[in-house]
Design a protein around this ligand. Structure first.
Ligand code: ATP
Length: 439
């Protein structure tokens, strides 16, 4: 299966989805750039997330909080004390690995064994994952801040602002998509474990009632799982894993992960669905001295709500969608991405690049579609090569303008998945594509 990952990584680089960061300087471990096609796919995933969570739920709105925060936030949230991983060091080559990454440890030991070298490890040491930065202009007077280790806290510290500006009634939720940074000890498996990555989260505030809050948890478990399946992750590659008692934070009533069966070592976390109790709001109340509570006018009661959180990794969703949409036929490689996610929705080809009339009509079609869809233009080589090239990046429809098009004012539309071709009138193209893509 390593072979599959090699192919995905190579395709991602070759076709402009993902590049190693600052590659001309040798890159930077655990940091990646999304290229011209990657940023389209990523934006499409974000858009679908936003639409799903806002339009399919009542009382959910968004925020875009800053990456830098007052360092007290991280004290209150417990990250300064306990956002740690156990780190061990190989006494032979001084490589550092996470003590709980058994598969990587085994791989490392095998590497030394093959060279007839002994392997032993230091005792695990705690290692804080928060990335430090310094703000201020005067040397010696700069203050230490942190790049946020999760996007969650930017929501909870704004709790009172939500109450004042939106006057929401409980239950209500806030979604956010944004960058998080972790000093991961062993960034690995392409973008799966990165040091800079994006999260997409919902923090849903509910009444502090055990039964009702667990019903909400159940509701969001279903919604989040179905979202991945509807976007093209194979059902059989997804499962829920309930956190065992000893994994649960002391404040959590229950926690689940949506896991994906990856080609690199099996089931891996993709999204966490957590009951956070009233931990965040009560800690921030304590540390800030501000009362972060909710007044229930109907029952004349003031309380600190419980929080149900869904916290997914955008880069992980991106990677798993690439893996599950990758297919090889006899003579082609196809990314069978959901058309909503494909970077280009259609590619436009004049049959022959040296026939002026064909090129001019094809250009008209291209310009007609461009304001409505992301479209590609290709007039290089033969049609077979152009199909191959578009299949590899997941373009769902290829439109060819041929000699019949000049007479009939139509184009051939070739479907990526079935490879079947039909003719569609040019003045019906927008409607046709819109129906196919947004169904
Ligand atoms: P893991 O056990 O894999 O380290 P985690 O339990 O620390 O993950 P959370 O803190 O729950 O992860 O973060 C929520 C989501 O953010 C994860 O489900 C994952 O999709 C994503 N995520 C976390 N760490 C990374 C990372 N280093 N690179 C990419 N995505 C990440």
């Amino acid at each position: 299966m390593d072979n599959l990952m090699d192919k995905i990584i190579s395709l991602a680089k070759r076709r402009g989805f993902i590049f190693p960061s600052s590659e001309i300087y040798g890159g930077l471990s655990g940091v990646w750039d999304y290229g011209p096609l990657g940023v389209e796919l990523k934006n499409n995933i974000k858009r679908e997330y936003w639409k799903e969570m806002i339009s399919k739920n009542e009382n959910v709105f968004g925020i875009d909080a800053a990456i830098f925060m007052n360092p007290k936030v991280w004290e209150a949230s417990g990250h300064l004390k306990s956002f740690t991983d156990p780190l061990i060091e190989c006494k032979t080559c001084h490589s550092r690995l996470r003590a709980d990454h058994k598969d990587l440890i085994l791989e490392h030991e095998n590497y030394h064994k093959k060279r007839n070298e002994k392997v032993s490890w230091t005792e695990p040491k705690k290692f804080n994952l928060l990335v430090e930065a310094y703000l201020g202009v005067v040397e010696g007077e700069k203050s230490k801040v942190f790049l946020r280790g999760e996007i969650t806290q930017g929501v909870h510290v704004n709790f009172l602002n939500f109450l004042y500006t939106m006057s929401p009634k409980l239950p209500f939720g806030v979604i956010q998509i944004g960058k998080a940074f972790r000093n991961e000890i062993t960034p690995s498996n392409f973008t799966f474990r990165s040091r800079e990555f994006e999260q997409m989260e919902l923090q849903f505030y509910v009444e502090p009632d055990k039964k009702k809050s667990l019903e909400w948890l159940e509701y969001f478990k279903k919604q989040r799982l179905n979202w991945y399946i509807n976007l093209g992750i194979k059902k059989e590659n997804l499962r829920f894993r309930k956190h065992k008692k000893n994994e649960l934070a002391h404040y959590a009533l229950e926690a689940w992960d949506i896991e994906y069966n990856s080609p690199f070592g099996g089931w891996k976390e993709m999204e966490g669905i957590h009951h956070r109790g009233n931990w965040d709001l009560s800690e921030h109340s304590k540390y800030s001295g501000k009362e972060l509570s909710y007044f229930d006018t109907k029952n004349n009661k003031r309380f600190i709500p419980y929080v149900i959180e869904t916290s997914g990794g955008l880069d992980r969703a991106f990677l798993f969608l690439l893996i599950d949409s990758y297919f090889e036929d006899k003579n082609r490689t196809v990314l069978k991405l959901h058309p909503k996610l494909s970077p280009y929705k259609a590619a436009i080809f004049p049959l022959l690049a040296n026939k002026k009339q064909l090129v001019s009509l094809a250009l008209r079609v291209y310009k007609k579609l461009k304001p409505y869809f992301m479209v590609a233009w290709d007039d290089r080589g033969n049609i077979g090569k152009r199909y191959y090239s578009q299949d590899e990046i997941g373009t769902p429809y290829c439109l060819t303008i041929d000699f019949d098009s000049l007479k009939n004012k139509d184009v051939t539309v070739r479907d990526r998945n079935t490879m079947r071709q039909i003719r569609i009138k040019i003045d019906k193209l927008i409607e046709y594509l819109d129906k196919k893509i947004n169904k």
